[in-house]
Design a protein around this ligand. Structure first.
Ligand SMILES: *[C@@H]1O[C@H](CO)[C@@H](O)[C@H](O)[C@H]1NC(C)=O
Ligand SMILES: [Zn+2]
Length: 443
């Protein structure tokens, strides 16, 4: 596979644009929603909070800010390209937030070869309960895109991805007391939710935050100039085997099954990118997580029905029930190609200011940030079985019919969609990690 890749990149015949489009169109099939089909992929219980619980959760909001730069976001809105001093400042800030919350921290520093030379990258990983046998991951990238010259080098990347990182920090802060509460109840042998619910499954699932460095390409987005941090981490985890005492090892049926790695402990990796402005359009890209995407739609609709979010004028629906297959190039790819279940929460089309100086605090919307914060809180509370109080609640169901139409032309015109990456993956297989190596900092 590598051989093919090399002959391809060393200037053999480059496939025609038409062929790329063809490959792209084959994989970008649009599938309409089938609720039953979604449930086939739901491998675990999901607890739906009552309207009362949802209202209580929303009322637990921290004080409302007057400006998008209040709260964590203000600390992240600086140029923070990988390898820069500002990037380190942002890392230190993020680290201080999680240290205060008492979460477990892991950093994975490494040096990567980029088109502009050797760059030091560091992924940041925070886990509420590092001993839990399984987890759901929320992820975003904290680096901003590097530009060589002034004024472009003042690029902030407010939606890309300062706002998603801030959402995740606020989420972790919000969840910590609820997680502490849940832990106490589990330790004292009390039930978490209600009888017919698989509490063990919930009790053994923790939440992990992964903040990637080096998502951005230094020159043009290619398989080797992009997602440096994600490629490094997926590779590292795929070679980190679980202890023999881990449930995944103990439950192994056959002797010669592949040894489980850290990647096998991930229920889902949920990646946020390009969010925080008032327009968003979120599609579902993966069959395995269509059901989670449907939960997001339901939560958003429920918040709307209860008047718990502010919808700005001339704003479209944020979620589409249309399922897009094919996907967008981003940090999830090296995990996806190693079998991890992915939910990609990315605005499609990208914000109009994408990769321009306009992607600064002025494009962000306070109502949109609040709306995302609330959606994410309710989603993670439901997923992890966290209730605002310990009163047993009844489940609710909401139905809605959101429809949004995008023409293939509109979709094809999106810049970052992985035409060439898809071509590479299909014909040559993922991935060439040879330009990444681990920095040995034990010396
Ligand atoms: C670092 O961030 C500050 C804002 O805090 C900004 O003025 C400065 O230009 C940034 N440095 C670089 C090299 O981008
Ligand atoms: Zn970007």
């Amino acid at each position: 596979m590598i051989k093919f890749r090399h002959s391809f990149s060393s200037g053999k015949k480059i496939p025609s644009f038409q062929l790329l489009c063809l490959v792209y169109l084959i994989f970008l099939t649009i599938v309409t929603s089938h609720q039953e089909a979604e449930n086939v992929y739901q491998k675990r219980d999901y607890y739906t909070l009552s309207n009362t619980d949802i209202k209580t959760l929303v009322e637990l909001d921290p004080p409302q800010w007057d400006s998008v730069t209040d709260g964590h976001l203000g600390k992240l809105l600086i140029p923070r390209a990988s390898g820069s001093e500002n990037n380190t400042l942002v890392q230190n800030y993020i680290s201080s937030v999680f240290t205060n919350l008492g979460w477990h921290e892991e950093k994975t520093p490494f040096r990567g070869t980029t088109p502009i030379g050797e760059i030091d990258f560091t992924n940041l990983i925070y886990t509420y309960d590092p001993d839990a046998p399984r987890k759901i991951i929320l992820a975003a990238h904290f680096d901003s895109k590097w530009f060589p010259d002034f004024p472009a080098n003042q690029f902030i990347g407010a939606t890309d991805s300062a706002a998603p990182v801030a959402m995740i920090l606020h989420l972790a802060e919000f969840l910590t007391p609820l997680l502490n509460n849940r832990k106490e109840r589990i330790l004292s042998g009390l039930g978490i939710l209600k009888n017919d619910f698989d509490e063990e499954e919930i009790a053994e699932t923790t939440i992990q935050i992964v903040l990637f460095d080096g998502e951005e390409a230094f020159k043009d987005w290619t398989a080797t100039d992009s997602i440096y941090g994600a490629r490094h981490l997926a590779e590292l985890w795929s070679k980190t085997y679980l202890k023999s005492t881990h449930p995944l090892n103990k439950n192994k049926k056959r002797k010669f099954e592949p040894e489980p790695t850290i990647l096998n402990t991930i229920d889902h990796l949920i990646l946020l990118d390009l969010l925080g402005n008032k327009h968003s359009m979120i599609y579902s890209y993966f069959r395995e997580t269509d059901w989670l995407h449907s939960k997001l739609i339901k939560i958003d609709q429920n918040l709307k029905n209860q008047n718990l979010i502010e919808i700005e004028k001339d704003e479209n629906e944020w979620f589409s029930k249309i399922k897009l297959r094919g996907g967008i190039g981003d940090d999830h790819l090296p995990f996806l190609h190693r079998g991890v279940s992915i939910l990609h929460i990315i605005s499609n089309p990208f914000p109009s200011v994408w990769h321009t100086l306009g992607d600064d605090s002025t494009i962000l919307s306070l109502p949109a940030l609040r709306r995302w914060n609330r959606i994410l809180r309710i989603f993670t509370c439901e997923y992890l079985g966290l209730t605002p109080n310990l009163i047993i609640s009844t489940t609710t169901t909401t139905t809605n019919r959101l429809q949004s139409k995008k023409t293939i032309d509109e979709l094809v015109s999106l810049k970052k969609i992985i035409l060439t990456d898809l071509y590479d993956i299909i014909l040559f297989g993922w991935t060439d990690d040879s330009n990444l190596r681990i920095v040995d900092d034990n010396k």
